[in-house]
Design a protein around this ligand. Structure first.
Ligand SMILES: Nc1ncnc2c1ncn2[C@@H]1O[C@H](COP(=O)(O)OP(=O)(O)OP(=O)(O)O)[C@@H](O)[C@H]1O
Ligand SMILES: [Mg+2]
Length: 268
C-alpha cells in the first residue's frame, strides 16, 4: 500500500460535482505527474489529497489513516502543497514567506532554531531566490514569485510534496531548473512528488508515474511511455498529434498536427 491514496472519492463544490468514484494511488518515492485539460479536476484532486477539500464520499488515506482524522500538524509535517495560485500577505519579505514553511516544525513556543535558519537559506538557494531575500514579495515578477513559493514548500521538508503547476510563469530555463530540482528531491532523497504540468513533453521526461485525467476521471495511469500515445492525447485533449521519441531522452514527444490549410474562397 502507498502512503497516499484516495478511494471512491466524490469531489464537489457545494452542489457542483466535479468527480465521482475517483480512485488514485500515488506510488511511494515516485515523481507522479498529472496531466489533463483545463477544468478536468486536477487541482480539485490535489486539494482533496492534501485535505483542503473533504470528499463528500470516499476517503483519502495518508499513512493508513483518514487524512481528515489526523492532526493538522501531523499532516503539515508529512505532506506539503503548493497551490495553483497563492496570495502572499501584504508587504511580507521573501525570507519571511519562506520561513513560514518552517511553522509545522516549531514547538508550542515557536522558537526559531539554527536548523530552521539553515533550511530556509538552503531552500532559497535551491530555487535561486537568495538574492531576493529582503525584497517584498509584492514587487517581484511572476516567475520570481513562483520560485519563492516553491522555496516555501521546500522549507517545509515534507516526505510528500504536491505541486500544482509549479512551472507556470517560468521561462524555459527556470522551468527545467525547477523540474530538475524536483527530480533530485525524488532521486536523492526518496521523496514522493506529485506535480500538475501542462507541458506534456516535460511530463513525459520527468514523470516516473503519469496520470492523465479527463472530466473528473482518470483516463489512464502508468509509465509515460505507455500512457502518452497519440490516441490518448486525442481522447483526452481532442488534439490530433504525432508522438515520436524525444531525441534527447527517448521519452514520448508530442507534436501537434499541422493545421489544415483554409479552403481558398473565390473573391466576390
Ligand atoms: N472553489 C470552487 N467553487 C466552485 N467550483 C469550482 C471551484 N474550484 C474549481 N471549481 C470547478 O471545478 C472544476 C474543476 O476545476 P479544477 O480547478 O480542479 O480544474 P483543473 O483541472 O485544475 O484546471 P486548470 O488546468 O485550468 O487548472 C471546474 O469546472 C471549476 O470551474
Ligand atoms: Mg488547476
Amino acid at each position: 500500500m502507498s502512503r497516499l491514496s484516495g478511494t471512491g472519492m466524490t469531489l464537489a463544490y457545494d452542489k457542483r460535482v466535479i468527480a465521482e468514484e475517483l480512485s488514485v494511488e500515488i506510488p511511494d518515492g515516485s515523481f507522479t505527474v498529472i496531466i489533463g485539460p483545463n477544468a478536468c479536476g486536477k487541482s480539485t484532486l490535489l486539494r482533496a489529497l492534501s485535505r483542503l477539500l473533504k470528499p463528500t464520499a470516499g476517503t483519502v488515506l495518508l499513512d493508513g489513516a483518514d487524512v481528515h482524522s489526523l492532526p493538522t500538524r501531523t499532516v503539515a509535517k508529512t505532506l506539503g502543497l503548493l497551490p495553483q495560485s497563492s496570495v502572499a500577505p501584504d508587504g511580507i519579505s521573501v525570507a519571511e514567506l519562506v520561513a513560514r514553511g518552517r511553522y509545522p516544525h516549531q514547538g508550542i513556543l515557536r522558537r526559531w532554531s539554527t536548523e530552521d535558519e539553515r533550511v530556509v537559506t538552503e531552500s532559497m538557494a535551491a530555487t535561486g531566490v537568495a538574492d531576493l531575500a529582503d525584497r517584498s514579495v509584492d514587487e517581484l515578477s511572476g516567475g520570481q514569485r513562483q520560485r519563492v513559493w516553491i522555496a516555501m514548500a521546500l522549507a517545509q521538508q515534507t516526505p510528500l510534496l504536491l505541486l500544482d503547476e509549479p512551472t507556470t510563469f517560468l521561462d524555459i530555463a527556470h522551468q527545467i531548473e525547477v523540474l530538475d530540482l524536483c527530480a533530485e528531491l525524488h532521486e536523492r532523497q526518496g521523496r514522493t512528488l506529485v506535480a500538475v504540468l501542462h507541458d506534456l513533453n516535460h511530463a513525459a521526461r520527468y514523470a516516473t508515474h503519469l496520470i492523465a485525467m479527463r472530466g473528473g476521471k482518470i483516463a489512464k495511469a502508468g509509465k509515460p511511455g505507455e500512457v502518452l500515445t497519440a490516441d490518448l492525447v486525442e481522447e483526452v485533449f481532442g488534439l490530433p498529434c504525432r508522438v515520436i521519441d524525444d531525441p534527447e531522452t527517448g521519452t514520448p514527444l508530442v507534436i501537434p498536427r499541422k493545421r489544415a490549410a483554409a479552403p481558398v474562397t473565390a473573391e466576390a
